[in-house]
Design a protein around this ligand. Structure first.
Ligand code: AN0
Ligand code: CP
Length: 317
């Protein structure tokens, strides 16, 4: 695998699940692959889980690991071509990327949507520049439009906790004070649409996701109806995608808070969230602390998804 930025890069969902099982069964069995190889994890944005689980995945594979926060300690990077660099950014990404590539064998990149210009965000400029210019296999640690390592871990978690062959999985928007990217929701939808699960998306009017990610999923504006019979409730906030409100918080409707009343409509559904989560904005204390909450095993599976992806990249070096 030369790049991992979307669901199709891993092949089928069945293959993704198979690779994850191999990693789980034998987490330290591939150190020969990683020996004397360097993993570089580049963060343009904050992270707890991705940072730690990606490092752990690299270490499990016997790799050396370098982590860099671009905005803390590195030079600020100009990303636009053709600008006269007389501002606060001393280095251009066009030099910085090949330089970073010279010091490693595999690169992970986190570069969120800026939520100012939809067409710019949806072009994945930074991720694509790394793919073009680093000379290394590149995996996304959340780009502007997707968070594939998260979705991969989500898939593995659902497979582990499902009680029926074809569970009903509900992705619900939930309120948040700040504008957040659509990446987690887009990506979750992209991966769920490639399974045979029953997949439903629920959100208030105005929070429609990009059609290419919604695909054939059922969109249900009646939140109670969406929850009926659900086996998994996956909560996430995202800002508006549709124009003219791209990147904006258009409402904070508390009807979408995940609470015990709505969870009682489900088939004793498991609660999922990628974390970090704002308690009592997105989900009540009672639901996230309930026995049906699987947010911690979900986060733990981030090591598995990262390790499965990096292992495939090492195999082709
Ligand atoms: C980010 C987001 O919503 O994309 C990262 C989630 C993994 N969340 C926040 O910025 C709170
Ligand atoms: N879920 C996730 O990606 O968390 P971090 O932003 O903490 O890495």
């Amino acid at each position: 695998m030369k790049k991992f930025t979307c669901a199709d890069d891993i092949g089928s969902m069945a293959r993704a699940i198979e690779l994850a099982k191999e990693v789980k069964a034998n987490p330290y069995g591939d150190t020969a692959l990683g020996r004397n190889k360097t993993l570089m994890a580049i963060f343009f944005n904050s992270s707890l889980r991705t940072r730690l689980s990606t490092q752990k995945a690299g270490m499990n594979l016997g790799m050396n690991v370098i982590v860099l926060d671009i905005n803390q300690g590195a030079w600020k990077l100009e990303t636009e071509r053709g600008v006269i660099m007389d501002g606060d950014k001393p280095e251009h990404i066009l030099e910085a990327i090949p330089v970073m590539g010279a010091y490693c064998d595999v690169i992970g990149v986190r570069a969120f949507a800026e939520l100012k210009d939809k067409s710019q965000d949806y072009k994945e400029v930074i991720l694509n520049q790394f793919i073009e210019l680093s000379g290394r296999p590149v995996f996304s640690m959340e780009g502007a439009t997707r968070h594939p390592l998260q979705s991969y871990a989500d898939l593995v978690t659902i497979e582990e906790f499902k009680r029926t062959e074809r569970p009903k999985v509900v992705l619900t928007w939930a309120p948040h004070p700040n504008p957040l990217p659509q990446a987690v929701a887009n990506s979750f939808a992209e991966w769920m649409n490639r399974t045979d699960y029953e997949f439903v998306i629920t959100h208030p009017h105005g929070y429609e996701l990009a059609p290419e990610f919604v695909g054939g999923a059922r969109v249900e504006y009646d939140v109670d109806k969406a929850y009926e019979g659900a086996d998994f409730v996956y909560a996430k906030n995202w800002s508006a995608f549709a124009d003219p409100n791209y990147g904006k918080v258009i409402n904070k409707d508390r009807a979408w808070l995940v609470d015990e009343r709505k969870m009682a409509l489900t088939n004793n559904a498991r609660f999922m969230h990628c974390l970090p989560v704002r308690r009592n904005m997105i989900v009540t204390d009672a639901v996230i602390e309930s026995p049906e909450s699987i947010v911690i095993p979900q986060a733990a599976n981030r090591t598995v998804s990262a390790q499965a992806v990096i292992r495939e990249m090492l195999r082709e070096l």
